[in-house]
Write a protein that binds this ligand. Structure first.
Ligand code: AMP
Length: 420
């Protein structure tokens, strides 16, 4: 049997792969315009980083990590998310001792051993942005706005922004106790009961109807916020409103990572079925300290590129017509012509045109078929008679016209025709 890509993974092939590249570019253009710098961290890290940073009780750490021992006996984990590595890198290189906030963006593979289904993969791509070292509602609002600009740049209109706050170390513990008390009185299975003790906020996120039905009267964080958190959240909301960003207050929005405080948000798209989150993020004021660093209040997000593309497809934004073809296709007939065409194609590429040629010693029919399939606007056909005359035939593949052009003028002629 032929080898297959591992379960939960897939290959990006042209032309879809080209779209994926373009989507990453578009999603990150707004943060680049806003002064965020590019950071690239290793695809794997010491396991401790995620255990401490993401949180032992989270699904990611308890069930989904690709962890292995390397040949030196170290426990290594393929990164399941980008924020903890970014904070680790900032602390390691003391970026936080300079001008604050430190603004960074990244783009890369993430790995989670999840139940694979449409929109949920074991290897997926995120772009992310983080602003570290400032506690300022304008920074939360800026990041949300930049994400909105990113997916708006893709043409998406069906993304909704859900917004919540999780409080801080003042008010969250009080809320947590109130919630635990409420949850302990419900009819729940044993694993959920255990979750109440470890991470009660996650129970609010339970998708099972029989659990949801019991959660209607659950205490909500909005009713337990301290004055500082209330004022902070109001300012984020009012900046978003003033910027024309529509959002829905979702007092039950919690996220799958432990490090969030205050502002949390998620971007959802309704065309995706159950895996509707196309991105999410929030403030993580305590993460640096969890990793042994100083207090470094920070905020960030990650957007799922795979799901953004599915969302675009569901909105009909990716037609079949986005070709990856070249502009010019060379059809050499005979050995000498092949050698000359090789040089001509190189010349065309260096002149800034995209060009390909027929390889593998195809006859004229096969080579012309390849030319048609290449998506090129023009074929350059070179036979023995042309060579003797010092010309080549330039054929307009759409219109069918064919003219003899001196070899020395081919590049100029094609540039003129294609630049129109
Ligand atoms: P998270 O890091 O869990 O906050 O996820 C941020 C975004 O990454 C989500 O909103 C999804 O768009 C995307 N994402 C997370 N997990 C997966 C996955 N297993 N497969 C595809 N995309 C994912």
């Amino acid at each position: 049997m032929n080898l297959q890509a591992p379960k939960g993974t897939f290959d990006w092939l042209p032309p879809r792969s080209e779209r994926a590249l373009a989507v990453r570019e578009t999603l990150t253009a707004p943060v680049r315009r806003a002064g965020y710098g590019y950071i690239e961290t290793p695809v794997f890290e010491d396991t401790t980083l995620f255990v401490r940073g993401v949180g032992e009780s989270t699904d990611i750490v308890s069930k989904e990590m690709y962890t292995f021992e390397d040949k030196g006996g170290r426990s290594i984990t393929l990164r399941p998310e980008g924020t903890a590595p970014v904070v680790r890198a900032v602390l390691q290189h003391s970026l936080h001792t300079g001008r604050l906030p430190v603004k960074l963006w990244y783009s890369g593979s993430q790995f989670r051993y999840e139940r694979a289904q449409k929109g949920r993969y074991r290897h997926f791509w995120q772009v992310g942005a983080e602003a570290l070292g400032a506690e300022d509602p304008a920074l939360d609002a800026e990041l949300i706005l930049l994400a909105v600009d990113g997916y708006t740049g893709l043409g998406l209109t069906g993304v909704r922004l859900l917004l919540n706050t999780l409080g801080d170390r003042e008010c969250r513990p009080v809320y947590r106790s109130a919630l635990q008390e409420f949850l302990r009185g419900l009819d729940l299975d044993e694993p959920t009961r255990q979750r109440i003790e470890i991470n009660p906020l996650r129970v609010l996120d339970d998708k099972r109807p029989e659990v949801r039905a019991q959660l209607t009267g659950a205490p909500l964080i909005v009713d337990h916020l301290c004055e500082a958190c209330k004022a902070y959240h109001e300012e984020v909301r009012s900046l978003l409103t003033a910027s024309g960003v529509a959002f829905v207050d979702d007092p039950r929005l919690v996220r799958g990572l432990d490090y969030y405080t205050r502002t949390t948000f998620e971007f959802v798209h309704d065309g995706l079925g159950s895996q509707s989150a196309v991105g999410g993020g929030g403030r993580y004021d305590g993460l640096s300290e969890m990793l042994g660093g100083p207090a470094l209040p920070s905020v960030g997000w990650a957007l799922g590129v795979d799901r953004m593309i599915l969302a675009m497809e569901s909105e009909g934004l990716l037609g079949d017509d986005v070709g990856t073809g070249v502009q010019v296709y060379g059809v050499p007939l005979g050995e000498e012509a092949r050698r000359r065409m090789f040089l001509l194609v190189t010349e065309l590429r260096r002149a800034g045109l995209t060009a390909d040629m027929s390889f593998g010693g195809k006859g004229v029919k096969g080579a012309m078929k390849s030319a048609d399939r290449s998506g090129a606007g023009y074929a350059v056909i070179l036979g023995d008679r042309d060579l003797a005359a010092g010309t080549a035939q330039v054929k307009d593949l759409a219109g069918g016209d064919q003219t003899a052009v001196p070899l020395a003028e081919i590049v100029m002629t094609l540039k003129e025709r294609l630049d129109k």
